[in-house]
Design a protein around this ligand. Structure first.
Ligand SMILES: [Mg+2]
Length: 446
């Protein structure tokens, strides 16, 4: 899009009140994760999508984009544009792990954020006013952390509202010009002086919610640029595109955008991850660290009166490649030992011959504690007299619970096998069965 060739460096440093909205968009997200997980793909034209007759491209690396490959393009067309294009079916479980870590980095900046899909986030910076946060500095620091900790690049946009923040993040990204890649600035702020200039050159097609159908309708009315929208009154517009879209378009034409950053306070997962100053080496070190992670996650669950059915372990190596394992249980857990046992079983299937730089443990698929009919009760050593009096009952319950946990761990071993040596007592059952299973997601029929 021509607009984004306009590059203006910020003339000053805005305050959070001048630039309250931040938008982050990860670059070529799915394709970049595939390349991190398989470094032999680096430098090659890679896309994630359906490779078949009617498949569609979901994400393309910049090498592929240089040939004109882009998302939403039919794979057949993409292959024609770039015959050496490698189309991968995608690993949604991996994207979810990266996305969760991306969100947790944003959350460290402010809890006032709104994810959009897996690879975009809006944040409202106004609550940071008292902390003397400056948007451009915060944006640069955020981008640095995403690069350092996830190995992913992104564009960070700053503006007065969502409209400009989103346009700014696009401006901040690399772009393809004449088959060559031009680096973006990484972080970009749209100043009030630039807003008017941007609206002048902005095609309606670039606006939020304006898809091919709406833009075709607007084009029939001779409305191709946002500046054109100012010529038409909202009532006329509403007759063609409906009242809601008309109201949004009329606002955009003036550079206004009344959408707030919608913060979802409901917790969907709790987790703990840590990047280690000295990388962890071997099963013993990793499981010792997971035990600490499990205690943190278990406490967070208990504080919220929740139990979790899904436990995910994520491992990132020194070379930034990473792997994750996840298991959903028929019951919920909120206990240190239970979560640690499941995490250990999951990590036993992970190759730990390389040193581990980041280790994450996440709990999700929540149930209210009171709805958990198979609650695992550990802490076998009853200490209070109350507990002793019901020792007969609770020890039977605990046996059932232990059996359920053992089943869950067997299921993990069956699914993932093992590549790492566990403790000696764990070694006799299945030996070292090296299989991996990853979630798959098809983009159109193969
Ligand atoms: Mg993106």
């Amino acid at each position: 899009m021509k607009l984004f060739a306009v590059s203006i460096s910020p003339s000053k440093n805005p305050s959070v009140d001048e630039s309250p909205i931040l938008h982050v968009d990860l670059d070529a997200f799915f394709a970049s994760v595939e390349i991190l997980d398989d470094p032999s793909l680096r430098g090659k034209p890679v896309a994630v999508g359906g490779a078949g007759e009617r498949g569609v491209i979901a994400s393309a690396s910049y090498e592929a984009r240089r040939y004109g490959v882009r998302s939403a393009m039919p794979s057949v067309v993409a292959k024609r544009a770039c015959p050496s294009l490698i189309i991968l079916p995608g690993h949604f479980d991996r994207y979810e792990v990266y996305s969760r870590e991306f969100h947790s980095i944003v959350r460290d900046l402010t809890p006032d954020y709104e994810p959009l899909g897996l690879d975009e986030v809006f944040a409202d910076l106004r609550s940071l006013r008292r902390l003397n946060v400056w948007p451009l500095e915060a944006g640069a620091a955020l981008r640095q952390r995403i690069t350092d900790e996830l190995g992913l690049l992104c564009g960070v946009g700053l503006g007065r509202n969502k409209l400009f923040a989103k346009l700014a993040s696009k401006e901040a990204k690399p772009r393809v010009v004449d088959r060559g890649l031009v680096e973006g600035s990484g972080v970009f702020w749209v100043s009030p002086e630039q807003e008017a200039r941007w609206l002048e050159v902005l095609p309606v097609r670039a606006l939020w919610g304006v898809g091919p159908a709406t833009s075709a309708k607007l084009s029939q009315l001779g409305l191709n640029y946002v500046r054109d929208l100012a010529r038409v009154d909202e009532v006329t517009l509403a007759r063609h595109v409906g009242p809601a879209m008309a109201a949004a378009l009329a606002a955009y034409a003036k550079g206004e955008d009344y959408r707030e950053v919608v913060v979802d306070r409901e917790v969907k997962s709790v987790g703990h991850d840590q990047t280690f100053a000295r990388s962890l080496v071997g099963f013993e070190e990793v499981t010792a660290a997971l035990r600490v992670h499990a205690a943190v996650v278990a406490r967070a669950l208990r504080e919220r009166h929740l139990v979790a059915r899904t436990i995910t372990v994520s491992v990132r190596y020194d070379d930034l490649t990473s792997v994750s394992r996840s298991q959903t249980l028929p019951f919920g857990v909120d206990d240190d030992d239970a979560i640690a046992s499941i995490a250990h079983a999951l990590v036993a299937s992970v190759d730990l011959s390389n040193s581990v730089r980041l280790l994450g443990l996440y709990a999700s698929s929540f149930l209210e504690r009171s709805d958990n009919h198979m609650q695992l009760a550990f802490g076998l050593e009853a200490t209070s007299s109350d507990e002793k009096s019901s020792a007969a009952v609770s020890s039977r319950e605990q046996q059932v619970d232990r059996a359920a946990l053992r089943d869950a761990i067997d299921e993990i071993r069956r699914r993932f096998g093992r590549t790492s040596l566990g403790t000696a007592s764990e070694l006799n059952e299945h030996g070292l069965d090296v299989t991996t299973q990853r979630g798959r997601h098809a983009f159109g029929p193969e």
